[in-house]
Design a protein around this ligand. Sequence first.
Ligand SMILES: Nc1ncnc2c1ncn2[C@@H]1O[C@H](COP(=O)(O)OP(=O)(O)OP(=O)(O)O)[C@@H](O)[C@H]1O
Ligand SMILES: [Mg+2]
Length: 601
Amino acid sequence: MSESSTTKITPSGLPGRRSRISVEKPKNSKQVILRLWKYLSQQKLLLIIVLLLLLINTGATLAGSYLLRPIINKYIIPHNVPGLIKMIFFLLGIYIAGSLASIWQNRLMIAVAQKTVGTIRADLFSKLQSLPVKFFDINSHGDLMSRFTNDIDNVSDSLNTSVLQLFTSTITLVGIFVLMIYISPLLTLVTLIIVPLMLWVASLIIKKSKTFFTTQQVAIGTVNGYVEEMITGQKVVKVFCYEESAAKEFEMINYDLRDKGTQAQFYSGAMMPIIQNLNTINFALTATVGGLLAILKGLDLGGLAAFLQYSRQFGRPVNEISSQYNNLQSALAGAERIFQIMDQIPEIPDADGAIDMTHAKGDVQFNDVTFSYDADKIILKNISFAAKAGQKIALVGSTGAGKTTIMNLLPRFYDIQSGHITIDGIDIKNIQRKSLRRLLAIVLQDTHLFTATVMENIRYGRLAATDEEVIEAATLAGADSFIKRMPKGYQTVLENDGGNLSQGQRQLLNIARATVAKPAILILDEATSSIDTRTEVIIQKGMDALMQGRTSFVIAHRLSTVRNADEIMVLENGEIIERGNHENLLKQKGKYFELYTGQFD
Ligand SMILES: Nc1ncnc2c1ncn2[C@@H]1O[C@H](COP(=O)(O)OP(=O)(O)OP(=O)(O)O)[C@@H](O)[C@H]1O
Ligand SMILES: [Mg+2]
C-alpha cells in the first residue's frame, strides 16, 4: 500500500472555514468493546478477583433485603426479642462484609482501569510515532491532542466506574428478579407489567443520546483544534486584528459544542426522573395488589415486606444501567476515535531484505523521479540528477518550485510515484528507513527545538556525542558565542520551541545539531535564511568545513551563498530547467541569470 492511502481521520469541523460538520457514522460498538476487552484481559487475575468481590457485594445487598422475611415472620410477629437481636447482628455482619467487598472491588478496578488506560496511551503514542509525515500534514493537531486527552479520559472514567456499575446493576437486577419470583410469582407478574414500558423508554432515550454523545466528542475535538491553532498563531491573529473574527468563529463552534453537549446531557438526564416516576407508579400498584394478596391469599407479611423492598429497589439498577450505558457510550465513542488512529497505516515497513547501511560514500542519484503529494496534482516531473560523493549541489528557484519537496524524498518522508532514488547505487527503498535516515542530516526550513537544554537539543543529532563534540559542533556552526552568553550556557533549558531565541539563533542551533550528526549526506534547506550576512560570512568557514567530505544539498534564495557549488540546479514548476556551475549558468543568460542579477540590481 502506498502512503497516499493515509487518510484524514479528523471529521472536518470549522463552520465557515471548512465545508461542514460531519457526523461520524453510528459506532461499531461490538468491535470497539472487543478491542477494549483485549486490553482489559491483560489483567485477567485482578478482574476475576474484582468479579468475586462484586458478587459478595451484591449478594450481601440482596440477602440483606431478603432477611426481612424471616425477621418479620419468625421474630417480630412471635415477639422473639433475643432471636431478633441475634438476627440484627447477623444482618450487620452481612452489610459489613458487603461494604468491605465494595471498597476493595472499587480499589482493584481502579488499578485495572489505570493500567489498561496506561497501556492504551503508550500504544497510541508509539502508533503516532510510526505514522507517515503525510498523516500529520492532513490532521488537525488539536484534534489529535483531544484524542490523547479527552477520549482517553472518557475511557478511563468509564473503566473506573461504569463497567463495575453495569455489572453490579445487572447482577442485582437478576437477583431481585429471582427472589421476587421465589416470594410470589403472581405479584412478580404484576410488577413486570410496567417493565416493557421502562425498557422501551430507556432504549428510546439511549438511542437518542448515543448519537449526541458521538457528535459531542467530535465537537470537543473541533474546539480543541481551533484553540490550538489560535494559540500557536496568536501573533498572526493579533497583527491582522483577527481577534474579533476569531472570537466569532469560536463562538460558533462553541455554540455547536454547547448544543451537542446540552442534547447529550438532556437525554441522559431525562432517563432518571422518567424511570423513577414509572417505578413509583409500579410500587403503588405492587403494594396494593400485594396487600390484597396478603389478606385474601395468605401471602406472609415478611414476604410482602421483602418483596416491596425489592420492587422499590427495582428501578435503581434499571436506572443505573441506562445512565452508565450513556457513559459507556461516550467512552466507546472515545475509544473508537482512539482506535481510528491505531488503525492508520504506519509508514510502509522496510522491504524484505532491506539492508542496514551503516556507511555511505554519498553518491546520490535521482532517476526520472515523479512525485505528487495528492494524486491529482503532480509536483515533481522527471527529476534526474547525480551528486557525486562530497559534492555540493545547490537547488534554487522560485517559491513553490519544489525544492523542499525534492529533499523530502531523500529521507523518504514521502514515497515517490515513479523513478528511482539511489544512494551509492542502492535504491533507497531497499535500505532500512532507520539506517537511511542516519546517513542524512537535515536542517529544515522550519526549525524545531525541544523543551530541553541547549546541550541536549544539539545532541539530538547523534545521541552518542560527547559534550566536547557538541561544543565543537556549536562552535563550527557559529552558535557557541551566543550560547555562552545565555544564563546557564549549554545547560540553559529551552522552552516552547526556543521561543526566547531569535529565528537566526534557532537556525544556528539546528545547524549545530546537523553538524554533530556527522552525516554522509547533508541537506540544508534555507538553513541560513534568517542569519544576517555578516554572521553568515563568519560561519561560512564552519559551513564549508561541515560540508567538506560530505555530499551536501543546499537550498537557498540568497544566491550568493551557493556560488561555489559544484552544480546548481534551477527548478521551476517541479522541473529542472537549468543546471551547471555559477559561471556557466550566468553565461546562459536564462532563469538563473535573471534570479542572480535581479538580486543585485
Ligand atoms: N505537505 C504537502 N502536501 C501537499 N502539497 C504540498 C505539501 N508541501 C508542499 N506542497 C506543494 O508542493 C509544491 C512545492 O512545494 P515546496 O515546499 O517543495 O516548494 P519550495 O520550492 O521548497 O518553496 P520555498 O522556496 O517557498 O520553500 C507547492 O506547490 C506546494 O503547494
Ligand atoms: Mg522550501
